[in-house]
Every structure is written in C-alpha cells, then in structure tokens.
Design a protein. Structure first.
Length: 296
C-alpha cells in the first residue's frame, strides 16, 4: 500500500488485455493497431512528385520546385508507431492515503499498466517522472526495453525515500510540463497522472499547449478523505510533527471542505471539456486495472 517494486509492476503485464488506448475520440485509422484523431501531422515525409490538381498547396515542395522549374508536392505516410508518454507526479502530497494505497503507488501502477498496454499495441513508451527536487525524462523507446526502463525509474525515484519537507506547488508541475513539451513530438498520446493539487493558471496553460498537437488524458488521483470529511465526530490527526483537531460536528465547515474538492474537480472537468480531452478519476481505494478498463 505504501511502496512499489519491480516484480509487482512487471506482473501487471498480465492484466492489460482489457485496456485499450483509444481514449474515446476515434476518428481515423492509423498505421498501428488502433484508431486515433492523431492531432498534429503525425506523418513522416515519404517522397516528392509532380503537383496534381486537388493537392494541398501547403504541401508544395518549394526546394524541388525551384530546382526543376516544375511544381512538386510532398507525400507523407502515416507513422507506424505513436509515442505514448506518461507524466507521473511524485510530489509530497502523492505519498498519502487514509485507506487503500498511497496515491504515488497508484500512479506507478497506472503508469506501468499504460506502458504495457502501449507495448502490446506496438507503440513506443516515454515519460517524465518528477518530484520537488528530481526530474527524470525518458525519450520514447519501443519494446519491453522501453517499459522496463520506465518501471525501473518509477521504483528507483528518490521520492520514495527522500520525502521533501516542502509541499508540492505549481512551479514543480510547470517545470515538469515544460520538460514534457520538449520531449513529446506532435501526435503523441500523453497521460498526465497526478492529484493536480496546487496547479496555477500558467501550469494549466502548459496542458492546453500540449493538447493543441497531442492527445492528452488526465488521470486525477484522490483520497476519500480529500473528497469529504468522515462521519460526525472529533478527530485528532498528525503528520508526525504537528497535530490538528478536526471537528465534523460543524456542518458549515464540512460543506466548505467538500466544496473545495468539488471546485477543484470542476476546474479540471471544464479544462477537459475545453480541450476536448479526457479526464479519468481514480480513488486510492480503486483497482487501477478496473479504472483504465472502464475509464478509457
């Protein structure tokens, strides 16, 4: 519940049969084994030939045209593979749960399941794994080698043993999203796995920029206690250094608490609608296999 290991993430390869990376926005057949809207060009240059009526003038090959004095157009072929990126948040708030598993544990399992699914469908796997102090960038790599490289980075990330005393903030997310933008080429499928806490407008703008040329799926993790306070009573909680008394007899306080979570959720639901993207919710008590099987 509070730690992950390589064998556990490797065994998840046996659980991906029902997981599809279609993301619910199927429009055009790609060269791989599934459909996608494939934002961006998503194509590779093949050859140039003489311009024919009806060709897109934006594809005119001006260099060949100038050299031959005859108008030529570029031909493209669909890429046979689509890069799949997982962006995994290992900031301090992710190492928390009141029941089930740490959000960080679920994030690692979700990332591994997505990587195995991508490998099963013939795609390359890359990603960004980040905390307050350490960022790992993985360029897309095909085959089991790419998946195992990701798994090793998930397990060996210093965040598991060197928890920062500073809470995560939007600056960390902004830097990690900026790094993702540098390694993700147009036409990629990107999964953002986080509780999305403390993300300001510039960080959300980074997501919007990524979505312009890529397929983006946001997976929001949360603990049931973050959604609503427990039954009426007085509860003493501690982080090991400080204590806090929570009084849930105060219904106004309980309603305000739940309202903050709903406001946070609505913010990302609106973002998903605006970007025509996909938002998946995952509680710390959920089975990640079921979440991906039913949510994508």
């Amino acid at each position: 519940a509070v730690q992950i290991s390589v064998p556990v993430l490797v065994r998840l390869n046996q659980s991906v049969a029902g997981i599809s990376l279609h993301t619910g926005r199927i429009q055009a057949q790609q060269g791989g084994d599934y459909h996608s809207t494939f934002k961006g060009r998503g194509m590779e240059f093949d050859e140039s030939r003489l311009y024919q009526p009806g060709d897109d003038i934006r594809n005119i090959d001006w260099r060949v045209t100038a050299r031959t004095n005859k108008t030529h157009t570029k031909l493209f072929r669909e890429e046979r593979e689509r890069p799949v990126f997982v962006w995994v948040d290992f900031r301090r708030p992710m190492f928390f749960a009141t029941r089930g598993s740490f959000k960080a544990v679920l994030a690692a399992k979700l990332a591994a399941l997505l990587a195995w699914s991508a490998n099963r469908q013939g795609d390359r796997v890359g990603g960004v794994i980040f905390s307050e102090s350490v960022h790992h960038e993985l360029k897309p790599q095909r085959g089991k080698t790419g998946v195992l490289r990701l798994i090793n980075q998930l397990v060996q990330h210093p965040a598991w043993t060197q928890h920062s005393r500073d809470p995560g903030d939007s600056h960390d997310c902004g830097k990690a999203l900026s790094r993702l933008r540098r390694v993700a080429r147009p036409g990629s499928l990107i999964f953002l796995i986080s509780d999305f806490r403390d993300m300001d407008d510039p960080a959300l703008a980074q997501i919007s920029t990524l979505s312009a040329n890529n397929e983006v799926v946001m997976i929001m993790l949360y603990d049931p206690l973050e959604k609503s306070l427990p039954a009426v009573g007085r509860y003493r909680v501690s982080d090991g250094a400080e204590e806090l008394l929570v009084d849930t007899y105060d219904r106004d306080r309980v309603d305000r608490y739940r309202g903050r979570f709903l406001t946070h959720l609505e913010r990302f639901q609106q973002l998903a609608r605006k970007l025509r993207s996909h938002l998946v919710l995952c509680s710390t008590t959920d089975d990640p296999v079921v979440v991906l099987t039913q949510g994508l």
